[in-house]
Design a protein around this ligand. Structure first.
Ligand SMILES: *Cc1c(COP(=O)(O)O)cnc(C)c1O
Length: 356
């Protein structure tokens, strides 16, 4: 295992331009009552829902690097895409506004519902983001061609208006368009280091880090950290959308790009990337009973609010894995709370239905 020296790794990351958006370090806490309730390994939480930008979440860490890159490249607008209730798009809009960039959001409606000005979309509206809603095939992921067509059009229009747009992929994960370095994953490597220092200080090094995976750079960044820093910790991604077969090569590609970008000598095999896809259930954004119950349980006994699309699903998975005896009693699980709480409100109907 090619461990690197922490100081030199931090120095490499600090060479990337960054604009401050978050409060760090985010809190690390032990969840005593959840641990007791499940009767399994110790469970801890890393509160990246408390990053502080627009209700918080993992995207704000990534945007510290992405906004700096956009400003360095002389951009005055930022273009990206995702679903209607996207946390990523809201966080991008808030970060862009804070640094004087115009946010242009392509929101694809893959749900059978009319888009409601609620949750993240309401916040996008309050920020006066340039919101373009595209109807898309229901219940399917939007094809790369559809994304490319819509994005090219918006980028061209922005240029015609005299703007200099910076285009970045969903979740800030994949390189391409204007982003040439894997900045999302670098931000999550940085988050891993922050967590590593906190858990060392607390004498609570985890054996497993569990989190929701959507576009891949959170998992890739954490996996790079787990690979290069001392200790033996497994990063466990819970897919909220795609199959394991689809995700593993994507995450591996982002890991390789990150290693290359930071000159790290690692190349984990596909078999070393852990991702569970059995909790996707009805698909992206489809709330199931277990997710609703996990959200209630953690809110009731720990006072912590999870979201219905990502962290609720990841917590439902964690609970299921503990109950199935997947972990040893002396393991220590660190759950990464990656944010997303504004989406609770537009999901009121399935939540109330499952919980009443
Ligand atoms: C985007 C998102 C994730 C997944 O992160 P990726 O880096 O896209 O895989 C997890 N949780 C929340 C709340 C998110 O918004």
């Amino acid at each position: 295992m090619p461990a690197v020296d922490l100081a030199s790794l931090k120095k490499k990351i600090s060479e990337f331009p960054r604009k401050t958006l978050i409060h760090r370090p985010t809190p690390l806490r032990r969840l005593d009552r959840l641990t007791q309730e499940l009767g399994g390994p110790e469970i801890w939480i890393k509160r990246d829902d408390l990053t502080g930008l627009a209700f918080g979440g993992n995207k704000s860490r990534k945007l510290e690097f992405i906004i700096a890159d956009a400003l360095d490249k002389g951009a005055d607008a930022i273009v990206t895409w995702a679903g209607i209730q996207s946390n990523w798009c809201l966080q991008t809009a808030a970060a862009a506004r804070k640094y004087g960039l115009r946010p242009i959001l392509l929101l694809f409606n893959t749900t059978p519902l009319e888009p409601e000005d609620d949750g993240n979309l309401l916040l996008d509206r309050i920020l006066d983001a340039d919101v373009r809603i595209h109807e898309a095939e229901k219940g399917k992921i939007v094809s790369q061609e559809a994304v490319n067509d819509a994005l090219n059009k918006v980028v061209d229009e922005a240029k015609e208006r005299g703007q200099t747009p910076y285009a970045v992929s969903i979740g800030g994960s994949m390189t391409g368009w204007s982003m040439t370095q894997p900045l999302g994953a670098i931000a999550y490597l940085d988050a891993f280091i922050e967590t590593f220092e906190q858990t060392n200080e607390a004498g609570a090094a985890p054996t497993h880090v569990v989190h929701a995976t959507g576009s891949g750079s959170t998992q890739a960044g954490l996996a790079v950290g787990a690979e290069v820093l001392p200790g033996d910790v497994r990063v466990v991604g819970i897919s909220v959308s795609e199959s394991r077969d689809l995700f593993v090569p994507v995450i591996r590609r982002i890991i390789r790009e990150t290693a290359e970008s930071l000159r790290l000598d690692i190349d984990p095999a596909e078999s070393e990337i852990t991702i569970y896809d059995e909790y996707v259930k009805g698909g992206y954004g489809n709330v199931d009973k277990e997710t609703a119950e996990a959200i209630r349980l953690v809110f009731v006994i720990e006072g912590i609010v999870l979201d219905p699309v990502y962290t609720g699903k990841a917590m439902a998975a964690l609970i299921d894995l503990v109950r199935k005896g997947h972990f040893r009693k002396d393991d220590r699980i660190l759950f990464f709370h990656t944010g997303g709480t504004p989406a609770l409100f537009p999901y009121r109907k399935p939540l109330v239905d499952f919980l009443s």
